[in-house]
Design a protein around this ligand. Structure first.
Ligand SMILES: *[C@@H]1O[C@H](CO)[C@@H](O)[C@H](O)[C@H]1NC(C)=O
Ligand SMILES: *[C@@H]1O[C@H](CO)[C@@H](O)[C@H](O)[C@H]1NC(C)=O
Length: 433
């Protein structure tokens, strides 16, 4: 490429020096240079201006050593070379301009390429059975300015940028105690209680439980303290956003949960949201085709429907990605606009409903947790405790979500799995009384 650029200028130096011929040759050379500058910008990009200067100086030296020429002729040649030098300077200016345009173009290309890198490079499809779409989104860049005080706490508490988080006010003090006692017993260090009132903050402090108390002047928090369950649920999604913005993955946990193993040893971490299910068997937990029958339709009486039991919005692992944060924003937004909505229903609708006319669905990847490892209390009391094999397996957690008498059932779970009391689960009915 460099040769193409140097060629014309070199040739101007090698000619026999007769005024008009030289001028013509140089003009042609300059013209060629311009043409090449336009059509071969990459060549210009790599050749340095110093090379061109050298060519011109060499020509001057040869002019000075020519024998048998009148001084008039030499002067003429000199003035011609001044003109050529000026043209050369002009050409260099053009080169600089083209180079600058090229640089800007390269920058634009670079930006596009960076976007491609984020979205995944363009590839041809690999052979049948070997293609695999993306489900793991890149994480956001941590932004400490969102909440520097929380950032400091998380630096101490989190492990591998992961933390269990529970919100609690004084209404759930007894359950919270069973909750953190089980966590301590398993030996999980990375957990944090968001204390919604002073009482819980003091309770955590006196029990050596990591906690984070919100600033009292934060608007949404005062709503949560005076408001009911739904206001607290809305607050949950607002606060979670800060954790994700700080770059942490959160295992959000209700307090009616007993920990029996470290959940961080049982996560896949391949999806935006990884959640426990309210399902109680393979079909209800993982999805199935529920055939709806409409006999009046005759030949087409069977309509196939996709069914899955909802995700439990009281226990899910959420990675700090854009789709995750969008999910939190959408749920919090809807909870504030629709005060009578149930946070778990909203959470699931946002996660699962596809885009359709007038609606843009969320495109977050999701994974259902193993319902025997992350067990709800329906699975435990309806199935597991009566099954000789299943009752021997130790779940990771048990969530007493299906029963209103949470506290005694939590204690029974602790007695059964931790204290070896075989009969601890027996007194309770499958459902509520
Ligand atoms: C449920 O699914 C698991 C894994 O997906 C499988 O190993 C098991 O056999 C299934 N159980 C039933 C009853 O289909
Ligand atoms: C328990 O496991 C054994 C051995 O795999 C099997 O023979 C038995 O049928 C199982 N019992 C139940 C209740 O599933």
């Amino acid at each position: 490429m460099t040769g193409r650029i140097d060629g014309p200028l070199m040739r101007s130096g090698g000619h026999s020096f007769r005024g008009s011929r030289i001028a013509a040759a140089i003009a042609i050379g300059v013209a060629f240079g311009c043409v090449f500058a336009l059509f071969y910008p990459h060549g210009l990009f790599v050749s340095s201006p110093a090379v061109h200067d050298f060519r011109i100086e060499k020509s001057h030296a040869q002019v000075g050593s020519l024998p048998c020429e009148s001084s008039e002729r030499v002067n003429m040649l000199k003035s011609e070379f001044v003109a050529v030098s000026e043209k050369n300077a002009e050409l260099k200016k053009q080169i600089r301009e083209v180079t600058e345009k090229l640089r800007l173009a390269e920058q634009g290309k670079d930006h596009a390429q960076k976007q491609v890198l984020v979205l995944g490079e363009q590839h041809k499809a690999s052979p049948f059975g070997t293609v695999k779409g993306l489900r793991t989104s890149p994480t956001v860049v941590p932004d400490e300015s969102v909440n520097p005080r929380l950032a400091k706490i998380l630096e101490k508490v989190a492990i591998n940028k992961e933390v269990i988080v529970a919100l609690a006010n004084s209404n759930v003090k007894d359950m919270l105690e069973v909750w953190f006692t089980s966590i301590k017993r398993v030996g999980i260090p990375n957990y944090l209680v968001i204390a919604l009132d002073e009482y819980i903050a003091i309770f955590c402090q006196s029990n050596d439980v990591p906690f984070y108390k919100r600033d009292p002047d934060e608007g949404i928090d005062s709503i949560a303290r005076t408001g009911g369950n739904h206001a607290v649920s809305g607050l949950k999604f607002h606060i979670l956003r800060e954790f994700l913005q700080l770059g942490y993955s959160v295992l959000l946990s209700d307090v009616d949960i007993v920990y029996l193993q470290n959940p961080f040893d049982h996560l896949y971490r391949d999806s935006d949201v990884e959640s426990m299910t309210d399902g109680h068997n393979n079909m209800t937990a993982y999805g199935f085709d529920d055939v709806f029958d409409e006999p009046s339709m005759g030949w087409a009486r069977y309509a196939h429907t996709m069914r899955i039991w909802v995700y439990n919005s009281g226990f899910f692992y959420i990675r700090p990605t854009i789709p995750s944060i969008e999910l939190l924003d959408r749920v919090a937004g809807r909870l504030s606009r629709e005060p009578n909505s149930w946070d778990q229903a909203v959470f699931n609708e946002e996660l699962f409903f596809p885009s359709h006319p007038g609606y843009e669905g969320l495109h977050a990847s999701r994974r259902t947790m193993d319902f025997y490892l992350f067990m709800n209390s329906k699975v435990l009391f309806k199935t597991v405790r009566k099954d000789a094999n299943l009752s021997k397996l130790k779940p990771v957690i048990v969530h007493v979500n299906y029963h209103p008498n949470k506290f005694p059932r939590m204690k029974a779970v602790v007695d059964y799995y931790f204290n070896g009391k075989q009969g601890a689960l027996k007194p309770f009915p499958d459902g509520s009384d």
